[in-house]
Design a protein around this ligand. Structure first.
Ligand code: BES
Ligand code: ZN
Ligand code: ZN
Length: 500
């Protein structure tokens, strides 16, 4: 439950925990005097002495005496108010979310304007707080028999503001919609490959599609064969699991035009195939469907918020296994587009399944394509674990994307794709393309290969191999799946809808 008051009245707070921002000059916070009057002048002393810290991201929990309702205050350091960014606010609420997970209060009041600045309104704070709280309080349940924790923890929320309380509540709700979708994607990424098979991923997508009224098609092996998806089938060839092509259509306008395709890599486990991974490199490959999770998370937000933009989600899903039937290096395969591919490395399977997914999206009328994939170790070498790598063939589309990425704080950096790179992707004695031109700069070859099937359609490629899961807990959550790009993809669609 989320409620809001049109006035910041400390004596009327109904929640057991109160969240208060403390800036370097806390005394300048509007209504600070009223706050001290209600909760005790000694707080001013504690702020002065530093016992309550104003340092950014420092959280100090103080019990409240002689108050029947408010039991404790979480003082959240925000540093110099003038320097506070939107991402900082999201981050501190991520940390507050972690604190909630630990202490599990039933109700939480947020003194919203204590966080706002000249350029960040109460509405912005409400939205950022909801996102931060929702993501920060996430915990993956897993399969421990002793575990009884919820996936994430949100108490009843009370928002104290002097602005329009209805608007504040609705922005907070949008923030929780974003966070919920991120957490869903995280669960998908964390789910092991023996549980989340392509069939199961298809069932998950079917349920999602049904609950939002998307036109939903989950194609099985036979239909994939009929479509001639030789690339997806080659990757699936060594598996006992059937492949799936997952298609969700969200139609916002009367005509199916101006369509954005979100295309995801849904490899439920990547052994590398005959170009087998090492015993250390293979661990964690249950997360090779992070692109699919990002697309499904974004579709969940789209289903909730219903922006005015036509969107098709296409996910190609299989595991990449070894058996007597598996595809091999030197094989030549024919993709759905008709282009032939010489297999040099069976571990470069993501680009193969994306090739057919992109061709399908184009056939379904895609005017813009964004593909998202845990595609290469190369992106980690180039950019580390905290940046998503991008390629594009269209400056204007990419600019809109980058605005979205800056808004969500999901850092993305573009790499070049040159004619020389394309030449190397097209170099083969026996086929139109090869799937592994070399290990130098190979993030570019991975994405560039997908680009061969996109052709002239405005396109953005996102390589999330580094960012889709994390080895260590961070401000927005625990280690494991991050749900990266869920928020940026949804924001991109919202921005494109607003441009109309
Ligand atoms: N799924 C991997 C990429 C990956 C690596 C994801 C590390 C997450 C963490 C992908 O299918 C792959 O194996 N790529 C190869 C391509 C190479 C063989 C051309 C790689 O990057 O090593
Ligand atoms: Zn691989
Ligand atoms: Zn892979």
């Amino acid at each position: 439950m989320i409620i809001s008051t049109n006035d910041v009245l400390f004596e009327e707070i109904q929640s057991e925990t109160l969240v208060v921002a403390v800036s370097k000059h806390a005394e300048n916070t509007s209504k600070w005097e009223a706050f001290l009057k209600n909760f005790g002048e000694h707080i001013a002393e504690w702020v002065k002495s530093g016992d309550i810290s104003s340092e950014l991201k420092k959280i100090v929990k103080v019990p409240v005496a002689n108050n029947d309702v408010v039991k404790r205050i979480l003082f959240v350091g925000i540093g110099e108010r003038k320097q506070l960014t939107q991402e900082n606010i999201r981050e501190v609420f991520g940390l507050v979310g972690k604190e909630l997970l630990a202490s599990k209060p039933e109700s939480l009041a947020i003194w919203v304007p204590s966080f706002s600045t000249e350029s960040i309104s109460d509405i912005d704070v409400a939205y950022l707080a909801a996102e931060g709280l929702g993501m920060g309080s996430f915990k993956y349940e897993g399969y421990k028999t002793s575990s009884n924790v919820p996936d994430y923890y949100l108490p009843a929320i009370e928002l104290l503001t002097d602005e329009d309380s209805d608007e504040i509540v609705s922005y907070f709700e949008v923030g929780t919609i974003y966070a919920d979708a991120v957490n869903e994607a995280r669960i998908l990424v964390n789910t092991p490959g023996n549980v989340l098979t392509s069939t199961q991923l298809g069932e998950y997508a079917r349920e999602l599609g049904n609950s939002y009224g998307f036109e939903t098609e989950i194609l099985g092996k036979k239909e994939i064969e009929e479509l001639g998806m030789g690339a997806l089938l080659a990757v699936n060839q060594g598996s006992v699991e059937e492949p799936r092509l997952i298609v969700l259509k969200y139609q916002a306008t009367e005509k199916w035009e101006d369509v954005v395709a979100l295309v995801g890599k849904g490899i439920t486990f990547d052994t590398g195939g005959y170009s087998i991974k090492t015993k250390t490199g293979i661990v964690g490959m249950k997360g090779d469907m992070g692109g699919a999770a990002a697309v499904l998370g974004a579709m969940q937000i789209i289903g909730e918020l219903r922006p005015n933009k036509n969107v098709i989600a296409v996910i190609a899903s299989t595991d990449n296994m070894i058996s007597g039937n598996a595809f091999k290096p030197d094989d030549v395969i024919t993709s759905m587009s008709g282009k032939t591919i010489e297999i040099l490395n069976t571990d470069a399977e993501g680009r193969l399944v994306l090739a057919d997914a992109v061709t399908y999206a184009k056939q379904q009328g895609a005017n813009y394509i964004v593909d998202v994939a845990t595609l290469t170790g190369g992106v980690i070498t180039a950019l580390g674990y905290d940046k998503t790598g991008a390629l594009t063939n269209n400056e204007e589309f990419f600019e809109t994307f980058m605005e979205s990425s800056l808004e969500t704080g999901e850092f993305t950096w573009r790499l070049p794709l040159t004619e020389n790179d394309k030449k190397r992707i097209r170099k083969s004695d026996v086929a139109d393309l090869n799937n592994s031109p070399g290990s130098d700069g190979h993030m570019i070859f991975g994405g560039g290969f997908v680009g061969e099937f996109v052709e002239d359609t405005p396109w953005i490629h996102l390589d999330i191999a580094g960012t889709s899961d994390t080895r260590a807990a961070y401000d927005f959550g625990p280690k494991g799946g991050t749900g990266v790009m869920v928020r940026t993809l949804a924001t991109l669609i919202e921005r494109m809808a607003d441009e109309e």
